[in-house]
Design a protein around this ligand. Sequence first.
Ligand code: AMP
Ligand code: MG
Length: 413
Amino acid sequence: MTTVSEAEALILAAVPQAAAVDVPLADARGAVLREPLTADRPFPPYNRVAMDGIALSHATWAGGGRAFPVAGVVRAGEAPRALPDPSQCLEIMTGAVLPPGCDCVVPVEQLVVAGGVATLRDGVAVDPMQHVHRLGSDRPAGATLLNAGTMLWGPACAVAASVGNTHLRVSSSPRITIVSTGDELVPVEATPLPHQVRRSNAYALGAALATAGFTDIRTAHAPDDPAAIARTLRAALADSRFIVLSGGVSEGRFDHVPGVLATLGVVQRLHKVSQRPGKPLWFGIGPDGQAVFGLPGNPVSAAVCLYRYVLPALWRHVGAGLRSADARPRAVLTVEVRFKKPLTLFQPVRVCEHTDGRRLATPVPMNGSGDLAGLAVSDGVLELPDGGRTFAAGEAHVIWLWADPYGMLMQTG
Ligand code: AMP
Ligand code: MG
């Protein structure tokens, strides 16, 4: 059977790349940049004063000068203003241009200003160009500041703003259709009969996708009837780049999803992964490159497969940098976990941060892969690879946190 890492590799290799679109800078947060950004000016664009204080000539201080008549006040945003005489100083604010004739700044904390004269406190030493953020010292004009592939977190948005990009070319966020299947499932607003349950998976999956910033989501439901599933999937394939089904992919007589997908030209790439829960996972590629995931219907299985496979596939689709397995967030087991089966176990855990910097994971009591109430009080799942053994307390393993779908990304641009 396909292992977890083989399944991941196979899925990541199969997902197509997202189209690029232009979006306003204010809407680019969390998107992946698809063009390089270059410096239109040096960074910083002038000798930028980095402290509030006085600007003066270092040579005057080196020659014994300690008291400097204040020739004026220079604010941030003023055009450059020269020091009239080297014996004097200019009062100066953070963000102002270093005045011609000055080559250092003494912070206000190191001064006494009285009667129009700034006097250095005893023992204050001054270095040339101190507290000056020098013209071009970060990046020269024309330098590449961000490469295509950069995730647009706050700092990257700041760079885009600094070079005057009102719009940015980014990966488009794919439309995703979530399709739940099952005759036993009724809408949330319905009162279930004793043999029915309310549909919950679409809410779990939709919430997880939205937490990761994928918000262009449609939902649909189909009963366990091949014609109805085909109708729903045909519409989804016409509309969406990603389709995430839940239920109907196991061995039951009414698990029609793989068969119907085949009739619609969705080519199976994967069925069944050696893991628990989530073993029946199905994955295929549609006629127009749509990525189609058939997640098992059990709520814990569906959640695990979404975080472990669907979200990484979406990240790959938009071109975000994925961490390799050995660089992913980890947590340390606080107790031993015995698992005899030769499968990868996804163990729901609660997580806390130890003062020594380790992240600690404690299994939550679970009543199998249908226990959505148990899952709801966990922080995520710990991936315990390849089973057939006891996982000792103190072992560190990869963690998939519900709150942190971005945790497997790294800045690569
Ligand atoms: P299946 O994968 O279709 O065999 O479903 C496995 C189990 O998951 C069954 O007990 C289903 O009732 C349950 N299940 C499937 N889909 C959902 C859903 N959308 N919400 C809640 N439970 C579900
Ligand atoms: Mg079912």
